[in-house]
Design a protein around this ligand. Structure first.
Ligand code: NAP
Length: 372
């Protein structure tokens, strides 16, 4: 009904799209009440209507001929980058059983979607060396269904040293699926300006109304459970807080405050450089128990997230022992070893072997790592 050009038809089994007619407006995706049009394959040659009516299941994704432009290669590179970022869990990551089904690869390097900058706000103190910004993208009616924990690609303009167009850079979304405010359907990112960084400087310099090329969404496993009984243990450093913000807002909108429902260990150099320090101070403990730790405050010993986890051993042990617990670790790759050691000690204190518990949690879609 939404398709104004009549590209969509169906029989009793299948809803099919006539590639000859389809203009790729994507208007059918968010409104499909049956979920029928919620997955597709990127193909070299479109399937005929006859092929599609014959499907009992969607065919496997084919290898894509990327031609000379290597744009398909770019998207494959992104998938490989995410697999690498998620490898810290020590095996093949799995989505939580109750997670919503994510859309992926809606927009590619060859066919990005153009978003408009709706806002860009500095999250860190003016005196802080660290310039971290909250950047809001508006897709202005173009469908961009994204779940908390997924990533999007940003294509910086221009070309690299070899004269090739820049690869898209990945950022986690920091807004919940329905937008910064419910039903606004905009998307926010948490971006730290890196010295010499091509994409971070490009993004941090964008002004309201500027346009940006976006690919994605990407990622199928670093997602939150939709089960209201699930508990979240979130461990992050710096801008690794982006998905944790999205998770917290999603749960606030759907589950509400629930003692013990969400606990966060969040590390930054100083309060001034901790992204979302101000807004976090307004989040009640009944929604989110916060352990904010700092590594470079004058006159105070250096503290990392894993140090605080050890200090709060009993609290972490109680969370670990709960079969409803889901763990999320996001941020610097370097934190993994320390966090792993903390979990090993804490698990031992309750007579559990961490490696076995972690592997079981990962297989059940309850243990997630995204580190760079
Ligand atoms: P940062 O400011 O460099 O570091 C944050 C905190 O982590 C500092 O207190 C730092 O302490 C501490 N830290 C350093 N080594 C550690 C270790 N081995 N164990 C525990 N804590 C340690 O962080 P950032 O520059 O924001 O980087 C965050 C990371 O998150 C990046 O790798 C980024 O790629 C990744 N990430 C970003 C996003 C996003 O959407 N923007 C999403 C996912 C992941 P000291 O420096 O004082 O030692």
């Amino acid at each position: 009904m939404t398709c104004s050009i009549g590209a969509i038809t169906h029989d009793d089994n299948n809803v099919v799209v006539d590639a000859e007619k389809c203009n790729y407006c994507m208007e059918c995706i968010p409104v499909c009440p049956t979920g029928s049009i919620d997955e597709w394959r990127v193909v070299n040659t479109a399937y005929t209507l006859e092929d599609q009516f014959g499907f009992e299941e969607l065919p496997e994704q084919q290898d894509i001929d990327t031609g000379s432009s290597d744009e398909g290669g770019m998207d494959a590179a992104i998938a490989a980058m995410l697999d690498e970022a998620h490898s810290g869990a020590g095996g093949k990551a799995r989505a939580p059983v109750s997670a919503a089904k994510p859309e992926t690869n809606l927009y590619t390097a060859a066919k990005p979607v153009v978003a408009t900058i709706q806002g860009s706000y500095r999250l860190t103190g003016e005196d802080s060396d660290s310039d971290v910004r909250h950047i809001i993208l508006n897709f202005e009616g173009q469908p961009f269904p994204v779940l908390e924990g997924q990533n999007i690609g940003i294509i910086p303009p221009g070309s690299d040293d070899e004269g090739k167009p820049h690869l898209p850079r990945l950022y986690s979304v920091s807004s919940p699926r329905d937008g910064e405010r419910p039903n606004y359907h905009n998307v926010s990112l948490t971006v730290k300006r890196e010295a010499g960084g091509v994409c971070s400087n490009y993004l941090c310099d964008l002004k309201m109304g500027d346009k940006v090329n976006v690919t994605g969404p990407f990622g199928t496993t670093f997602l939150i459970p939709d089960d209201p009984e699930a508990r979240l243990l979130m461990i992050c450093t710096g801008t690794g807080s982006a998905p944790m913000r999205a998770f917290t807002m999603r749960r606030q909108r759907t589950v509400g405050a629930k003692s013990g429902g969400m606990t966060m260990f969040f590390g930054a150099r100083t309060p001034d450089s901790l992204p979302y320090f101000g807004p976090l101070s307004k989040v009640p403990e009944s929604l989110l128990k916060q352990h904010l730790v700092y590594s470079r405050v004058d006159g105070q010993p250096k503290e990392y997230v894993q140090d605080r986890m050890m200090q709060e051993e009993d609290e972490v042990a109680e969370i670990l022992a709960d079969p409803n617990t889901h763990i999320y670790i996001c941020g610097l790759r370097g934190m993994e070893d320390g966090v792993e050691r903390a979990f090993t000690n804490i698990a031992e204190s309750i007579g559990q072997q961490w490696a076995a518990l972690r592997d079981a949690m990962r297989d059940e879609g309850r243990y997630h790592v995204e580190t760079y």
